[in-house]
Design a protein around this ligand. Structure first.
Ligand code: SAM
Length: 238
């Protein structure tokens, strides 16, 4: 099945390194879906929007300090072009952003697509973030050398939620975070490996007992590893 490309979910990436894409997104599930036209990947070179002949995108920070800052005028021109057809929202990947969660991924995957701005150097001039109302999103509490690896992760997480990308829909239902819990542990053959046996209940064929065991495992794993998620899950009363 080839999807109508005008309707396909679109990831439009603003970057100084377009050659980093599709990278891992050209492989496996995402790659096959890309080939089928279930989603579209577009890259835009930010440097193409620089007004000078040297195609300069950065400058020294006002107030001094190390490193360079991406210029607001250049990034604004790139964002204007990227948003001209109404594709949105526009996301700026930054360690200062809200944490990328499965909830946000789900919201992005149900829309028409995303415009993703990948930072480099020390980051972006604050004024263009404000002026464009960029949604600031972080991959986690660590610093990458650029936004591109974060963009690959964000897009991968969205693409696998698009209809027709994954095989069995129920795989998604039982995943970590979908119900607010981390996932239960998995086992496959051999039934005994290095003297470690698979939990008996999983060999019982008793679907209700297996379901209950998995729920208990998911709750216990979440409670011990992620008290923040566990508190939120209990408050929701689900
Ligand atoms: N000076 C910035 C700071 O301390 O927050 C770090 C800049 S980092 C070297 C360059 C770019 O990498 C950022 O502008 C951002 O686009 C991207 N980046 C780095 N860490 C990230 C993270 N945890 N999540 C999302 N993007 C990140």
């Amino acid at each position: 099945m080839v999807t109508d490309v005008r309707k396909a979910w679109t990831a439009r990436i603003l970057t100084l390194f377009p050659e980093m894409f599709p990278g891992p997104l050209g492989q496996s599930l995402a790659g096959k879906a890309l080939e089928k036209g279930i989603w579209r990947l577009e890259t835009m070179q930010i440097r193409d929007f620089a007004p000078d002949k040297h195609r300069t995108v950065d400058d020294t920070p006002f107030g001094g300090g190390a490193g360079m800052v991406m210029r607001p005028d250049v990034v604004d021109a790139a964002l204007a072009a990227a948003s001209a057809d109404g594709l949105g929202p526009a996301i700026y990947l930054t360690p200062r952003g809200r944490l990328l969660t499965q909830e946000l991924v789900g919201q992005l995957a149900t829309g028409p697509g995303v415009v993703v701005l990948c930072g480099r150097y020390e980051g972006l001039d604050e004024r263009v973030i404000e002026a464009r109302g960029l949604i600031e999103v972080s991959l986690g509490d660590f610093v990458l050398s650029g936004g591109e690896p974060a963009a690959l992760a964000l897009i991968d997480a969205c693409v696998r939620l698009l209809p027709g990308v994954m095989g069995a829909e129920e795989t998604l239902d039982e995943e970590s975070f979908t119900a607010g819990l981390l996932e239960y542990p998995h086992y496959t053959r051999p039934a005994v490996w290095n003297e470690r046996a698979v939990p008996e209940v999983l060999m019982s064929g008793h679907h209700e007992k297996i379901k209950a065991w998995r729920q208990t495992q998911a709750e216990e794993t979440t409670r011990s590893r992620r008290p923040d998620l566990w508190d939120a899950y209990r408050k929701r009363g689900t």
